[in-house]
Design a protein. Structure first.
Ligand code: HEC
Length: 182
């Protein structure tokens, strides 16, 4: 190449010409690079937002046991004593306690039940205990407009007089019962 200055010069020129004439492809390349960067930034923004939505929130409501909500779950039980499904079943059907059957169909014989909420038969195979726990504790965290009462909440409830509908242990018992409804 060095021995052939003419060819060398011609090559330089053609490169220069390409540079001059090729503002369009060059611009397109820049534009697509810009769009790619934009997309990457948007994706990063989305994942940051999603991360934000499931960031753990610790709830300290009056003198109730504090619990941590992660997304749609309360991963840790409220009590150290494991829930008892037989007790939970009693709480669920007791009109003065859970009274779940006033709104939900439950697999229990010869009972009057309404159909305001979904049939709870099989709910144990649809959701893990952690999701069921948040549903029972405070279903409004899942769906603001739900008719389902928050069973472990006093804040903002005027009639509760500092007492939740269920105790922490009763919540765990009900959750244990729900997980048996496969
Ligand atoms: C006043 C009516 C009402 C009562 C009482 C009630 N629920 Fe609900 N529940 C609902 C409604 C309505 C839904 C449907 C989802 C929504 O609206 O958030 C629901 C949804 C659920 C779900 C999710 C079911 C699914 O398949 O997605 C579970 C679990 C649940 N309830 C458990 C209970 C338990 C346990 C009790 C009793 C401790 C109870 N509910 C009491 C109305 C009620």
């Amino acid at each position: 190449m060095k021995n052939n200055p003419e060819r060398y010069l011609a090559m330089i020129r053609s490169v220069q010409r390409w540079g001059r004439d090729s503002w369009l492809p060059g611009g397109l390349i820049l534009l697509s690079l810009g769009m790619l960067a934009g997309l990457l930034l948007a994706a990063a923004g989305c994942s940051a937002a999603a991360g934000g939505a499931s960031a753990p929130v610790t709830v300290q409501d009056g003198n109730l046991v504090p619990y941590t909500v992660v997304g749609i779950e309360i991963p840790k039980p409220l009590t150290s004593k494991p829930g008892d499904p037989a007790e939970g079943r009693k709480v669920a059907v007791n009109w003065l306690l859970g009274n779940c059957s006033v709104c939900h169909k439950l697999p229990i014989p010869a009972r009057f039940h309404d159909m305001i909420g979904p049939d709870l038969d099989g709910v144990g195979s649809r959701y893990p205990a952690s999701v069921l726990r948040l549903r029972v504790v405070d279903a409004k965290r899942f769906n603001r407009a739900t008719l389902m009462p928050a069973f472990y909440k006093v804040q903002g409830l005027h009639l509760a007089q500092g007492k939740p509908l269920l105790t922490a242990q009763q919540v765990e018992d009900v959750v244990a019962y729900l997980t048996t409804l496969k």
